[in-house]
Design a protein around this ligand. Sequence first.
Ligand code: ZN
Length: 429
Amino acid sequence: MSKKIVLILFSLLLICGCHKKNNNSDINTIIEENKNILVGINYPITTYKKIDTLIENDVEKIYNSFKEKYENFNSLTNKSELNIDYTYNIVNDNFLAITLNVFIDSSKLDKPTNYIKSYVYSIKDNKILTLEDLVDLKNLKKITKYINSSIIRTYGECIDINKFNEKMKPDFNNFSLFSFDEDNLYLYFNEGEISYEYCGLIEVIVPLNKFKSVINIKGKPKDNTKISIPVSKVIDTSKKVVALTYDDGPSKYTNELLDVLKDNDAVATFFVIGNKVNIYSDTLVKAINNGNEIGNHSYNHKWLTKLTTEDFKKQISQTQDVIYDNTGYTPINFRPTYGSINSNIRKNINLNVVLWNVDTMDWKYKSVDRIVSRATKKTNDLDIILMHDTRKRTVEATKKIIPELKKQGFQFVTVSELQEIKKIRNKYE
Ligand code: ZN
C-alpha cells in the first residue's frame, strides 16, 4: 500500500532584524566523555585577539587541571564533571563584556565548586578593562553603598562579616569581577570571598539608571518583523525514512552544513545548546526556513540527571525561551546531554525525549570515511542518526552520507516527521 502524505508545516517566524551583533563572533564548544569524566565547555570567540587569547588560556588551564585531577580518578558512584558556561554582552560598538561560569563536581570533592571569571574589553583602546576604567572614585563610593545594602538584604546571615566589611571598602581592587550590559552593572563575589562557602556565588545587579554618569552606554532598540513562511513537502510514507540529527550547535560550521543539506534536498534536526543561540540566531532562522527542525539540548550542556528538578526545568525553559525569542519557533523535541536520562527527567519534561539508533562517533573519529561508514552501513528504516555540527569533518561526512543513504532508498525527514510517519503507519498496518 503506497500513500503519499503531504506534510505542511506552517511556522510563524520572527525574523529579527535584531540590532547588529558582532557577526564574526563564534562559540567554541568542547564536549567530551570517557569512563571517568564528562566535559561540557562553551565560550565565545570575539575575534579580538587580546581578549580571545586571555579567555582561551584560562579555559585551557582549567580544562588541563581538571583532566589531570580527574581523568584517571575512577569513582564507583559518579563521573567527575566540568562545565563552563558563559555570558557574552556586546554592549555597543566599543565594549564587550564576558563572564565564564566554571562548575566542577566530583565525588573527590565535598561539594561542587562554582566560580566566575570576568573579562571586559574595549575595542577602541584594545584594552582589557578594570572597573577603574569605567567608574570614578566618587561613583565607586555610591555603588559600594548600594551593593552593601543590597547584599545584606539578599544574603543576610550568609555573610562573613569580617571579610564583607573588608571587601566593601571603596577600593577598585575589591571589585575585580564585573560585567555589564545596556541596563545593569553586574558584580560578582566567588564562594568564600565575602560569605561562608556554602552560600555559593554572589551576584549583585546594579541598575545603571541609578548611576547616570557611571558608564555611558546607549542601546539601540531591537527591530522585529514578523513574517509567516509556509513550508510544504511530500513524503512517501511507504518508503524508508531516516532522520539526521546534529547536537551541540549551532557553531560556525552549521551554516555550511545547512547549504549541504539544501543542495542535497535533505533536512535534519538540530538539538541546540541554548547559550549559543543568540550568537547564531541568523543560522537558526535559516535552518528553520530551509525546513529543518530545532530541538532542545539544554542551556549549557550540564549533566542533567545530577541537577535538582528546579535547575533541570530552568535548563529546558531558558533554552525554549531563547530559541523562541530569536526565531519565533518553539521546539517540541528534547535530547538529553550525554544521552543520560532518568525517571525524574522523564517526569518533568513536557517535550518528546529523543535519543538515537545510530551513533557515528563523529566527535571522536577524525576520519571522514569512518564517520560515513558508521552512518551508512547498518542504518535501517526509521533510524535516527547522531552527529554533531561542531566540527568541519562532520560537514564533509554529511556530503557523502546523504547520497549514499539516498542510493539505499532513504528519504530524509526531521525527527517530528519521523514520529508522524510512525503514527501513520501504525494506523494503516
Ligand atoms: Zn551534547
